[in-house]
Design a protein around this ligand. Structure first.
Ligand SMILES: [Zn+2]
Length: 437
């Protein structure tokens, strides 16, 4: 697989392409983009048929070993890799050790081994064992195994261990990768850790770059142990990290960010040239019964919340689609009230419909980002997305509005207007469509 930069904007944001996939030579994946998070090798709640209706071209699947290790005997016996074994032969695969968005018990490390919390309990995995597994998974992209599950507030000793262990494991991964005939069609990505401590993070970057000629890209770890809240303060801190690490990397390497980041943080990363995200955010929303309803048009002010909780009683008699104008299969046929009913009665179809909309809408976030980078208007787009999240994340007690969320008689627009403290007079008349905003 190859990564090439297609267009650089006036800032650091860029459009790139992933091409040269052995099993799918004509496929071009444009970046920035997100992979589709998988559980046990499948995109959660979607069969291969439904997935092919949501995305008509091959997608990049994000496959953590921690939630798919149980497939090893079957994959080994079949010998054709994880995508084929899971009935998704045309999809492309990026394998990583952990799902960074899942909380796991801290500690449990041993010398040069990392604990993976699998379906069958804790498994200690060395770099040698990990690369053995890669020969069985046969992915298009391999993220080297790393001890990267550390938070931004991690203690010094833990960071030192994380750095030391990750450097040693990367050396083994590179050695095994170069020596393996079975991995000639895969691309290897080095992992930068210790990102909360600039000095140590520099050491990690330097070490990764000693293997620059072998690596296709660099992934950023060490920013989440999945317990952190991605609030506005974290967004500022993360923005600085995306810039510092991004500036220290050669421009021709693919840049990957792991973790469950909301769109405000994602656009901050894109601004500093980060290309590929792990796609766990829409999966998390779907599992909670939430839907993403961002407004992508910077020329149109939005007073709708950018995330709706469809468990809420306020949607009981809301017979509008999840998002007016959305082209996804869910929005074309179903209403908020129906999905709320499915959630309320614990029907599995609710997860399917939520996943279809959230995956489609999350993909649109990146599609619009690429269009704005191409048109040199990315800054405007970034501000527009960030503003929607800042409004959504306002503390409930801010500005004297204390119980907005509990008033179920309000619709989403009224709720957002109250949070933003705007009156009807302030809303441009051009936005009034069918009596609503
Ligand atoms: Zn939709």
């Amino acid at each position: 697989m190859r990564f090439a930069i297609k267009q650089v904007s006036c800032g650091s944001e860029r459009i790139g392409t992933l091409t040269g996939f052995f099993k799918s030579p004509s496929t071009v994946i444009e970046t920035p983009t997100a992979a589709l998070l998988t559980q046990g090798g499948s995109v959660s709640h979607l069969t291969a048929e439904v997935l092919s209706k949501v995305f008509t071209t091959p997608q990049l699947l994000w496959v953590p070993v921690s939630n798919s290790l149980q497939l090893e005997p079957g994959m080994r016996a079949q010998g054709q890799g994880v995508a084929k074994f899971c009935g998704l032969p045309e999809q492309l695969v990026c394998v990583t050790s952990h799902n960074m968005s899942e909380p796991t018990p801290p500690g449990h490390f041993e010398l040069e081994k990392v604990p993976l919390w699998t379906k069958n309990g804790k498994k200690m995995v060395s770099a040698e064992r990990y690369m053995d597994l890669m020969e069985v998974y046969k992915p298009e992209i391999i993220l080297a195994i790393a001890d990267g599950r550390t938070s931004l507030n991690e203690g010094y000793k833990r960071i030192l261990k994380s750095l030391d262990r990750t450097c040693n494991m990367l050396d083994t991964c590179v050695y095994r990768y170069k020596a393996s005939k079975k991995l000639k069609e895969s691309a290897l990505i080095g992992v930068v850790v210790a990102t909360g401590m600039p000095k140590k993070s520099n050491e990690s970057i330097k070490h990764v770059l000693t293997h620059k000629d072998t690596l296709t890209g660099v992934a950023l770890a060490g920013v989440t142990d999945a317990y952190e809240e991605s609030d506005i303060l974290a967004a500022q801190k993360l923005g600085d990290i995306f810039k510092t690490v991004g500036d220290a990397l050669p421009k021709d390497l693919l840049r990957v960010v792991e973790g469950c980041w909301n769109p405000a943080i994602i656009v901050a990363a894109i601004e500093h040239g980060w290309d590929l995200f792990d796609g766990s955010y829409p999966a998390k929303l779907s599992n909670a019964g939430h839907v993403l309803t961002l407004n992508f048009d910077p020329d149109r002010l939005s007073y709708e919340p950018c995330v709706l909780d469809l468990n809420d009683e306020r949607y009981k008699e809301d017979f509008t689609p999840v998002l007016e104008g959305c082209e996804c299969l869910t929005c074309k046929k179903h209403t908020r009230a129906y999905i709320r009913h499915l959630l309320n009665t614990r029907e599995m179809l609710s997860s399917v419909l939520l996943s279809i909309h959230n995956l489609h809408h999350f993909d649109q976030l990146f599609r619009h980002a690429r269009q704005h980078i191409a048109a040199n208007t990315f800054q405007k787009y970034k501000k527009h997305i960030t503003k929607q999240y800042e409004a959504y994340n306002l503390p409930h007690s801010a500005n004297g509005v204390t119980d907005v969320k509990t008033d179920i008689s309000m619709n989403g627009t009224e709720y957002m207007k109250k949070r933003l403290r705007v009156s009807d007079d302030e809303i441009p008349t051009s936005q009034v469509v069918n009596g609503s905003l």
